[in-house]
Design a protein around this ligand. Structure first.
Ligand code: 5GP
Length: 133
């Protein structure tokens, strides 16, 4: 059986629908470049997702296809969100899962911001939400 591959962008993915206001979210931040909201299935005391305002399936797609202003604006927003959440001094982790082997489940590029506890050094073993005991 062939290995799963990165799908094409689907305008009806969950995050696209949240971005269009068709589905609710617990918003923590929004500007011209990014929307951030709490993950529905948090893996840490703070678990926020930041998504760019545009149709990008992955980090690679975003970096290759998005206007430079959006790339800069999005990553600045990620830093600001972590700051506004009060995570800067104690530290936090940012993660972007890329494609099936990366554990990506929603194919609209997004960054996870984890904080509020000491993170494991076993980064390669981050569980999927469905793997939690
Ligand atoms: P991925 O594995 O694609 O990097 O992460 C997708 C994340 O989206 C998961 O952590 C999952 O809990 C979260 N998620 C899935 N559906 C929803 C939803 O409808 N609302 C919110 N807020 N988070 C979601």
């Amino acid at each position: 059986m062939p290995a799963p591959v990165m799908p094409a962008y689907d305008r009806n993915n969950i995050f696209a629908r949240i971005l269009r206001g068709e589905l609710p979210c617990r918003k923590v931040y929004e500007d011209d470049f990014a929307l951030a909201f709490h993950d529905i299935n948090p893996l840490a005391p703070v678990h926020v997702l930041a998504i760019p305002k545009g149709e990008y399936v992955s980090q690679a797609d975003f970096c290759a296809a998005a206007p430079a202003e959006l790339v800069v604006g999005f990553w600045r927003a990620v830093a600001r969100i972590a700051h506004d959440l009060g995570l800067e001094q104690e530290g936090y982790r940012i993660v972007a899962n890329h494609g099936p082997n990366g554990g990506q489940l929603v194919f609209h590029f997004h960054v996870h911001i984890f904080g509020g506890r000491q993170m494991s050094h076993r980064m390669g073993n981050m569980p999927r939400p469905s793997d939690r005991g």
